[in-house]
Design a protein around this ligand. Structure first.
Ligand code: ATP
Length: 296
């Protein structure tokens, strides 16, 4: 199974709800950075994780704390079966980077184990289990471009007819999503209950014009994340100086994203950024959600 990273083209955040979650109005887009999850029959449960050299292996838990373990236990409990499988996760999505890599792995694991264990879980049940695992997991199942509401777990596809080119600069150090939300609360104690709506962004997607999209991108977590990591503002500026239409943080950061005019423009921006950054990726969206790549 392969599952994509997400970016948030619009991320409106409201004041915390009584359950502690922040209400969101977000527009997710799945982009072409993927983690792969492979499953095979096994008499017990094993989980292995491999990472490319630019990802810190220690940042990914390999014991029961990995979200893939949780996904397996949840699916097995839902059906009353044993969680027996040999699972390996090959990461290529930045860890703790605001691109929902863990959520992608959870979505891939749900679908892969559902097939391995021959459970035929209905899509609605899978979406419900996904939402229990994390706010971004339902979107990783869906892919494409979608409006997310609630705490981000209620997803519905939206029209996005163009292909958008992005340059991605991962940070060597992760940023904790809860820490960014805490700083949001400190900086915006009077945040409205209703998050900022996504109307402008949705119209920009339909225009197919990268300059229009650049003007409509919106991220309420960017201020608090930059407050915690002021160095990232310099990276955003660098990318814009190199020709990006707009630089922004991916979700709660610290990954920096740059919207480019075209594939060629993205390569140019990436080339310029590569002089100062160890890892610079070029990708595009929207792409499909979690999907099988090899049938065994
Ligand atoms: P989000 O934006 O959804 O918070 P993120 O991209 O910022 O996600 P993830 O890469 O999903 O962050 O990881 C968040 C934390 O989850 C990591 O710090 C790590 O300790 C933990 N984690 C658990 N399982 C995984 C996994 N399979 N891959 C990556 N991180 C995992």
């Amino acid at each position: 199974m392969r599952a994509p990273a997400k970016i948030n083209l619009h991320l409106g955040v409201g004041a915390p709800r009584p359950d502690g979650f922040h209400p969101l109005v977000t527009v997710y887009q799945a982009v072409g950075l993927y983690d792969d999850v492979t499953v095979e029959p096994s008499p017990g449960w094993t989980l292995g994780v491999s990472v490319p050299e630019w990802i810190d292996a220690d940042a990914v838990p390999v014991t029961g704390a990995n979200i893939v373990d949780r996904a397996a236990r949840l699916l097995a409990a839902h059906h009353g079966v044993e969680a027996h499988a040999g699972v390996s996760v090959a990461k290529a999505i930045p860890v703790a980077g605001g691109m929902a890599g863990g959520s992608a792995d959870a979505a891939a694991a749900l679908v892969a184990l559902d097939r391995l264990w021959e459970l035929q879980t209905p899509d609605d049940d899978l979406l419900r289990l996904a939402a229990e695992l994390g706010s971004d997991v339902p979107f990783a199942l869906l892919g494409g471009t979608a409006l997310g509401t609630g705490r981000g777990e209620l997803v519905e596809p939206v029209p996005d007819p163009a292909t958008w080119w992005w340059v991605v600069v991962p940070s060597t150090e992760g940023l904790s999503t809860p820490a960014v939300y805490r700083r949001f609360d400190e900086l915006a104690p009077d945040a409205p209950d209703e998050p900022a709506g996504a109307g402008t962004l949705l119209q920009a997607l339909e225009s197919g014009d990268p300059e229009v999209l650049a003007g409509a991108l919106h991220n309420d977590l960017e201020g608090p994340a930059l407050d915690l990591r002021p160095d990232l503002a310099d990276v955003l500026e660098e990318g814009e100086e190199a020709g990006a239409l707009r630089g922004m943080l991916s979700g709660s950061g610290p990954t920096c994203l740059f919207l480019a005019e075209s594939a060629d423009a993205a390569r140019e921006v990436a080339g310029a950024l590569a002089a100062r950054h160890e890892v610079v990726l070029v990708t595009h969206g929207p792409v499909a959600g979690a999907h099988v790549v090899t049938y065994g």
